[in-house]
Design a protein around this ligand. Structure first.
Ligand code: ASP
Length: 340
């Protein structure tokens, strides 16, 4: 029988309504079978584990990601797949971070959660959890895991983790993968998009746990006064900035802004240019208003999500020291997070 480890980190999915007070409380995850007896009918051996103090995912930090990655490393050879139950708010950040920290997977790590608590009658949590486990346990005809990467399963769709974004705070369809096809769609059967799936050339995953905190995410807007953000462009404090620009990577040609950014890059700061549009990517130099970025050495983040760009920056800065290597790694896809 295939074995799946379910790791509970917190979030809405693990809550039930206290019948007396009507308040939502986290339930003891070891009693999950009482709430979802259907789990007994899956032909999979399921072990459950909870982090010491389950949290709302707004409280997630890079330390939590490191602990999760280490937990997977410790258990990697004991299970066929992993399901991480996580709050939806920052799930795409965590899935992106783990995809960088554990590369070369040949087993699935599936993140899921829910919009309604598992203890609420109309919950989406049961379907999400049951199908995520089914996907985590699924093997192909050679006996190999079908999914060999970090993914997010939500409302009948499986997405590459570092391509996903939370797009709705109140719809069951809460996630999207704007620039990459779904890895699978769950209907009567689970239909995998074989050509979109990642395959590793390594027999063992490569674990790297460094995550720098000296990063920032800045969204530009019309009429922005860059003076207010000057402190951010100080390389002794901020080693890298993800800049969310307009359309295909454009920014106003304001002299002051250009001077501050030029100085920052000259001092060794990294700027990654991503679009603030909800789909598509950056093409630096397509318009006059983005050609300046090419001139000073801003790195195009092509079609990366903000979640992927930020966690990639944290990851690369946390594990590499050589500045040419850092720039090269940021400019190219390292685990399917961007187009070439
Ligand atoms: N605030 C919750 C969280 O992200 C929302 C959810 O789980 O859907 O932890």
């Amino acid at each position: 029988m295939t074995k799946v480890l379910v790791i509970y980190t917190g979030g809405t999915i693990g809550m039930i309504k206290d019948p007396e007070t009507g308040l939502l409380n986290s339930f003891d995850f070891n009693t999950v079978y009482e709430h979802i007896p259907e789990l007994n009918r899956l032909h999979t051996e399921i072990d459950t584990m909870s982090i010491k103090k389950p949290i709302d995912s707004s409280e997630m930090t890079s330390e939590h990601w490191v602990n999760l990655a280490k937990l997977i490393k410790k258990n990697y050879h004991h299970y066929d797949g992993f399901v991480i139950l996580h709050g939806t708010d920052t799930m795409s950040y965590s899935a992106s971070a783990l995809s960088f920290m554990i590369q070369g997977l040949n087993k699935p790590i599936i993140f899921t959660g829910s919009q309604l608590p598992i203890g609420v009658i109309r919950t989406d949590g049961k379907e999400n959890l049951i199908t995520a486990i089914e996907i985590a346990a699924s093997k192909d005809s050679n006996g190999e895991s079908i999914i060999q990467e970090v993914a997010v399963y939500f409302e009948y769709s499986l997405y590459r983790g570092n391509r996903s974004s939370k797009v709705s705070s109140n719809q069951f369809e809460a996630f999207k993968s704007p620039n990459y096809p779904e890895l699978a769609v769950a209907g009567v059967n689970i239909k995998y998009k074989w050509s979109a799936l990642q395959r590793s050339e390594f027999s063992e995953p490569i674990y790297q746990f460094g995550m720098s905190k000296a990063v920032a995410l800045l969204k530009i807007f019309p009429g922005m006064d860059i003076e207010l953000y000057k402190g951010l462009f100080d390389v002794t404090q901020t080693k890298g900035i993800v800049l969310e620009t307009f359309g295909s990577g454009n920014a106003p040609s304001i002299d002051k802004m250009q001077k501050i950014m030029t100085r920052y890059v000259e001092d060794g700061g990294l700027i990654i240019n991503i679009t603030q549009c909800s789909s598509g990517g950056v093409k630096q130099g397509a318009y006059q208003t983005s050609s300046f970025f090419n001139k000073i050495g801003v790195i195009s983040g092509t079609d990366m999500t903000a979640e992927a760009a930020l966690t990639k920056l944290m990851f690369v800065l946390g594990n590499e020291e050589d500045s040419d290597k850092i720039k090269a790694l940021i400019s190219m896809p390292i685990c399917g997070e961007m187009e070439c």
